[in-house]
Design a protein around this ligand. Structure first.
Ligand code: ASP
Length: 345
């Protein structure tokens, strides 16, 4: 008996891949999904069943808000049973945030969800969009012994497949725009697509997909810098609805030990604000207590973010804070690798 054709569902949200120059002002703006597909007739030769949903209007990813993530997750949920995998066409600017968010939203995901886009529009002669899109579709459809090879939320870009919640956009210029500094690639696409099976997360038993759709966005990101003032800290920490704070620290999670700084941290922790220590370094991990300059944070009740990216920290925190959990549970889950987003010591 002939096996069914692979089936892929594409969600086009917008981004450079589908942009054209606006003749009125020369700026790039998103255009129609049909036109994108017309630019890549090669896709038909794959012989897959491909269906799609297009945002109307498509958006530049700098416009993404939490309700956009809910919309993407709902479309995946509605089509989950019927398709082998999903490809999300998305602008690169916030792609790492969206891929991180979706990784936490899609509980018990057992199928590939591959984000991709491009640095040059698909209609441009030197576009990187064609290869990115075609290979993403092939990866989303890849199966072995009837099971998906990559049942994770990923970003595919410039021949590298990375775990979505491990990536950061690092270049506004190069085709190789994303970095996964603390976790290896899940696949590399050269002449062959070589999967790194040891790095791919396989969860074992098949469970029903559960989608977390709520976010609590009363959070802040406070990036430390030499010269930071008490007034600046007060402005951020004085946010009345503040529930969670990502403290972007130096090196292995270090911060000033001055009493004005520590007092302010202690007061917000006592008020019930969850503080997550995330390093400004792209590579390496927070290690609270390794230096004198982080022990005081640990003693004040600050939580280690280990080697989490700011993108994954932001989205994980917003999702956990929306889930009727008490502070203890939120802190416990922040210290757990829920979707392979942190490396625990
Ligand atoms: N501004 C664009 C976006 O993020 C950039 C891109 O797609 O590369 O939508």
């Amino acid at each position: 008996m002939k096996a069914d054709k692979p089936s892929i569902f594409i969600i086009y949200t917008g981004g450079t891949i589908g942009m054209i120059n606006d003749p009125a002002n020369g700026s790039l703006k998103p255009f129609d999904f049909k036109k994108i597909m017309n630019q890549i007739p090669e896709i038909k030769t794959l012989g897959y069943r491909i269906e799609s949903f297009s945002f109307n209007p498509p958006i530049d990813s700098s416009e993404i808000q939490t309700d956009t993530w809910t919309r993407i997750a709902e479309i995946i949920e509605e089509n989950y049973r019927e398709f082998d995998g999903f490809v999300i066409l998305h602008g690169t600017d916030t792609m790492a945030y969206s891929a991180s968010a979706l990784s936490f939203m899609l509980e018990d995901l057992a199928k590939p969800v591959i984000f991709t886009g491009s640095q040059l529009p698909i209609g441009a002669l030197r576009t990187d969009g064609k290869e990115n899109l075609i290979t993403s579709i092939v990866i989303a459809a890849a199966k072995e012994f009837g099971k998906p090879v990559v049942p994770e939320v990923c970003i595919y870009f410039e021949s590298k497949l990375s775990r979505g919640n491990r990536t950061t956009k690092v270049s506004a210029e190069q085709f190789n725009a994303f970095q996964s500094a603390n976790y290896p690639s899940l696949a590399n696409a050269g002449v062959h697509i070589v999967y790194n099976r040891e790095a791919i997360r396989y969860t074992g038993k098949f469970k029903e997909l559960v989608v977390h759709k709520q976010f609590n966005n009363h959070i802040a990101i406070l990036k430390l810098f030499p010269g930071i003032t008490p007034e600046y800290m007060d402005a951020v920490l004085g946010y009345k609805k503040l529930k969670g704070l990502i403290l972007e620290t130096y090196g292995a999670g270090n911060a000033p030990t001055e009493s004005w700084f520590l007092e302010r941290i202690k007061i917000v922790v006592e008020k019930g604000v969850v503080i997550l220590d995330v390093t400004q370094c792209s590579k390496g991990s927070v290690e609270l207590g390794r230096y004198e300059t982080s022990r005081h944070l640990l003693n004040a009740g600050v939580i280690s973010g280990y080697d989490i990216t700011t993108e994954a920290a932001t989205t994980k925190l917003m999702i956990l804070l929306a889930q009727n959990l008490d502070d203890k549970e939120v802190k416990m889950l922040l210290n757990k690798s829920l979707k392979g987003e942190i490396t625990l010591p």
